[in-house]
Design a protein. Structure first.
Length: 292
């Protein structure tokens, strides 16, 4: 008995020591795992460095200078080297350039509705043409499938154009006359509202490089015996998704007088029934004002 009691005491102390070591090891393991998880989360949330930040000093100097030049001067620099071509085509560079240069009207584009040719006029009286490429005055060779086109809308330097003939998959395209770049726009769906009454373009490079197109549509056409529908549905195209989506809002029907304009985040147009319609493209809120 005298030997068993000390042995039990030592065993109890040893058990406590082992339990303490196990608990301490488990706590350290949890702490190590948490630290590793925090590091991984930090790496995941840390934004990737922009290519400009990883570029050589010469390219960084170019990145500081090129955004402050006029667009007509930037375009020739694309042919200097591959690095400058990639730099001048990067969306981040375009955003910086837009913020460095105030949006001013450099000229006017007028289209001949019969032959489709574009004529340019400089508003400052300068000798340089508005169009950097004279071939744009007749760009049918660039859009051979369109076989001639009409300018439907213009908004902050972009042109929304349409083929003179309905094409199976894409009759509309967006054209940037400064960079000579274009994007084909798929035709709006015709499942529920096959009749299209007008297209409107929304684009503001100071807030986003996303552009949107609104198509006013209905399930009935307009004839002398059947006036246009009292309400139009709105199909919205987004350059981010590349697809059309039916808006949950309807707008007053009626033929659009002249062409609508995009201002203060909303598309605005006047109908033949003397309604001023404002459609917020982000919130999809419709405001209607009757004009006396």
């Amino acid at each position: 008995m005298s030997l068993q009691a000390p042995f039990l005491g030592v065993a109890a102390e040893l058990l406590l020591i082992l339990r303490f070591i196990a608990t301490n090891s488990e706590a350290k393991e949890k702490q190590r795992a948490k630290k590793h998880s925090d590091l991984r989360e930090g790496e995941r949330r840390r934004p990737l460095p922009h290519p400009a930040a990883m570029a050589p000093k010469s390219d960084l100097i170019a990145f500081e200078i090129l955004p402050r030049l006029p667009a007509k001067s930037v375009i020739p620099f694309k042919s200097v080297c591959k690095q400058w071509l990639a730099l001048a085509s990067d969306p981040f560079f375009l955003a910086v350039r837009t913020r460095c240069n105030t949006l001013t009207v450099s000229g006017l584009l007028i289209q001949d509705t019969v032959e489709g040719h574009l004529s340019s006029f400089s508003v400052d009286g300068g000798a340089s043409p508005v169009l950097p490429d004279p071939s744009l005055s007749s760009p049918d060779h660039r859009f051979a499938a369109a076989r001639g086109f009409l300018v439907l809308q213009s908004c902050n330097g972009l042109l929304l154009c349409r083929s003179r003939w309905q094409l199976p998959s894409s009759s509309q395209f967006l054209l940037n006359p400064t960079t000579m770049q274009y994007r084909q726009i798929p035709n709006p769906p015709t499942d529920h509202y096959p009749f299209k009454h007008g297209f409107l373009l929304a684009f503001d490079p100071l807030t986003s490089f996303q552009n949107r197109i609104a198509c006013l549509c209905s399930n009935s056409t307009s004839t002398p015996f059947h006036p246009t529908a009292p309400l139009f549905h709105v199909e919205m195209y987004s350059s981010d998704t590349g697809a059309w989506e039916l808006s949950r809002r309807t707008v007053p029907g009626g033929r659009i007088i002249k062409k609508g304009v995009y201002w203060n985040g909303a598309l605005n147009w006047i109908t033949e029934n003397a309604f001023l319609v404002s459609f917020d493209v982000e919130q999809q809120v419709v405001e209607t004002t009757w004009l006396p």
